[in-house]
Ligand binder design. Structure first.
Ligand SMILES: [Zn+2]
Length: 318
């Protein structure tokens, strides 16, 4: 067995069993046609069989990382290869690039970047390295610089003059970075609550946004970066305060130089998503939400919890 097939088979079985339990207990939405022993890709909602765990399948089931692996994520769910690689190329890469860029521009330890340096109109290329103690070293390669300018620049730099530093312009698409945050939250929600949550109609808008990262579909303002979040807050929680209804995913993203916590709002109803996000946008930084942690609840075998989830979602949607 290759490509982590053992691990993928375990995940496949776990989700397929939950789907069967949901069906037996009439907890699947009417819009879902249930076929026995199928796995539904959380992103495209297409159905896959046991055969799609094999690498000769045209669109095999692959391990899905949340958060992206380069940012310290783990893989406990599956998505089809098409969705997985599309999201990686189109959205996740912008998130990683931006976080690394911010580390570099803040001169954090363990960063390294190309930059342009100028003094009195003389421009040269170089590399800025910050070691693990925060010591900054700038290197210039003579080969990449015009000799006369380089000489002039070195002389002025020797005299302790203030040098301008200009980093390489950003190629990050900020909206796609936001969609990557939404996708991470969505996959974490799938990991915790599985089909009991994500097959609800209110999640169509989330999938539509992930599948169309160039468009503005999910209301903007759905995420926040907060220094008040701690490791213990990580998870996908319920907010049920009357004013703010929904699910709230808190997770950390780690680069080689930094560790930051993000919060992303996920819907509970097709009716109130816009309203709640608008209210969240008006909140000051550092706000706290009345989060109800369902960390101890299990949604893969415990029918009672699945029923509660079904009732909760359907009550909110009606
Ligand atoms: Zn898919």
């Amino acid at each position: 067995m290759g490509n982590g097939e053992d691990k993928r088979k375990k995940i496949f079985d776990k989700y397929v069993t939950q789907l069967r339990i949901l069906q037996e207990n009439e907890l699947l939405p009417e819009s879902i046609t249930y076929k026995e022993n199928t796995y539904i890709c959380p992103i495209c909602l297409n159905e896959f069989s046991n055969e799609d765990l094999k690498s000769d399948s045209l669109n095999m089931l692959t391990l899905e990382d949340a958060p992206p692996r380069v940012l310290g994520g783990h893989s406990n769910t599956l998505s089809c290869k098409k969705c997985n690689s599309k999201a990686g190329h189109e959205i996740d890469c912008h998130l990683n690039k931006r976080l690394v860029e911010l580390d570099v521009r803040s001169f954090l330890p363990n960063t390294n970047s190309k930059a342009k340096f100028s003094y009195n109109g003389v421009l040269v290329q170089g590399q800025i390295q910050v070691d693990n103690k925060g010591e900054i070293t700038v290197r210039h390669n003579e080969k990449f610089n015009e000799p006369n300018s380089f000489k002039k620049y070195i002389e002025s730099a020797k005299n302790n003059n203030v040098i301008n530093v200009e980093f390489v312009p950003s190629s990050v698409d900020v909206h796609k970075l936001e969609v990557a945050l939404l996708k991470t939250a969505y996959i974490l929600a799938f990991e915790k609550y599985s089909y009991a949550l994500i097959l609800n109609d209110s999640y169509n808008i989330v999938r539509e946004q992930i599948n169309n990262p160039g468009k503005y579909i999910y209301p903007i303002g759905f995420w926040t970066k907060q220094s008040s979040f701690r490791k213990k807050h990580e998870g996908v929680h319920v907010v049920d305060s009357g004013e703010f209804n929904g699910f709230y995913a808190i997770f950390s993203l780690n680069t080689s130089a930094s560790n930051q916590m993000f919060g992303v709002y996920l819907p509970v109803s097709t009716l109130i998503t816009d309203v709640v996000i608008l209210k969240l946008r008006r909140k000051e930084g550092g706000f706290s939400l009345p989060l109800k942690s369902l960390k101890e609840n299990e949604y893969f075998e415990d029918v009672e919890n699945m029923e509660l989830m079904y009732k909760y979602l359907n009550k909110k949607t009606k």
